[in-house]
Write a protein that binds this ligand. Structure first.
Ligand SMILES: Nc1ncnc2c1ncn2[C@@H]1O[C@H](COP(=O)(O)OP(=O)(O)OP(=O)(O)O)[C@@H](O)[C@H]1O
Length: 271
């Protein structure tokens, strides 16, 4: 379980995150929403390790992680994606995963083609629906495919899809348990259909036991997808609850969603 307790972050006098507390359990898909500048990215970066909190505690699986470098958080099962998908564009889709699997097992990168099982990477590509693009260059990928590849890369960091992969001593690697996926605007830059398909994939990962926390501006990727919603307004947690509860919350409606917001309709983009 992720536990965020009284998280505070200042940027030279600006209180970007103001005493935020919440939890995300294994198997839950939780959305973090709020107006521009509300502190979502900062909160996210504190959990993933790109920012150091000014105060408060972040615990994962019962242990403090807020002072750990991102790589050490990854080793404990905390992986993230970025608003603009980050992939190795000089490589093919398959090689992107092979390279990370190689690195995870401490093998030099030049071993990527002969030492790392193609089967392991292919298995993971199938999980994210990209097997048909395995040999395409990452550079020319449609953006929706690039987002899926980035998601698969985050999963490699958590040891997913490596069932077929033995290390140099012939032992099978053990996937990291438990696992937390932090997705920064997974639906950004995608058309509605692509976005909803991606969110179904994200939700299926949660159903496999991954704890998922994601920020999002597209309300169709929140209502109808998230199990719970957290709302940040001016750095503080203004509300948390089920999508239904949040859709009816007076402050959230007046300060963010708008009084005409109808969660029963699939709302169009809301940025
Ligand atoms: N590196 C930084 N240096 C100074 N101020 C920052 C920095 N990062 C964020 N801020 C400020 O902190 C506040 C919260 O910003 P943050 O980016 O976390 O909000 P957000 O909810 O993610 O917004 P958006 O939806 O636009 O991405 C804003 O006032 C922002 O200007």
């Amino acid at each position: 379980m992720l536990q965020v307790r009284h998280l505070v972050k200042y940027f030279s006098g600006v209180k970007a995150v103001d005493g935020v507390s919440f939890e995300v359990r294994a198997g839950e898909c939780v959305a973090l929403i709020g107006p521009n500048g509300a502190g979502k990215s900062t909160c996210f970066a504190c959990i993933a390790g790109q920012q150091r909190p000014s105060g408060g505690e972040i615990l994962w699986a019962g242990q403090r992680i807020d002072a750990l470098a991102p790589a050490r958080r990854l080793a404990r099962g905390v992986a993230r994606t970025f608003q603009v998908a980050q992939t190795f564009d000089a490589l093919t889709v398959l090689q992107n995963l092979q390279l990370l699997m190689t690195a995870r097992h401490g093998l030099p990168a030049w071993n990527v083609l002969d030492r790392v099982s193609v089967a392991a990477a292919t298995q993971l590509l199938a999980r994210v629906g990209l097997q048909h693009l395995a040999h395409a260059d990452a550079l020319g990928l449609p953006y929706g495919a690039k987002k899926r590849l980035e998601l698969a890369m985050a999963l490699v960091g958590l040891g997913e899809g490596e069932g077929a992969l033995a290390d140099p001593q012939g032992r099978l690697p053990s996937p990291v348990r438990p696992r937390l996926l932090l997705l920064d605007e997974p639906g950004a830059g995608l058309a509605e259909t692509e976005r909803l398909e991606l969110m179904q994939l994200v939700k299926s990962l949660a159903r496999d036991g991954v704890a998922v926390l994601y920020t999002e501006h597209n309300m169709d990727a929140v209502f109808g997808v998230a199990d719970r919603v957290l709302v940040l307004i001016e750095g503080r947690l203004a509300a948390q609850g089920t999508p239904d509860e949040i859709a009816r919350h007076p402050e959230v409606r007046s300060r963010y969603l708008g009084h005409s917001f109808d969660a029963t309709r699939r709302a169009p983009s809301h940025a």
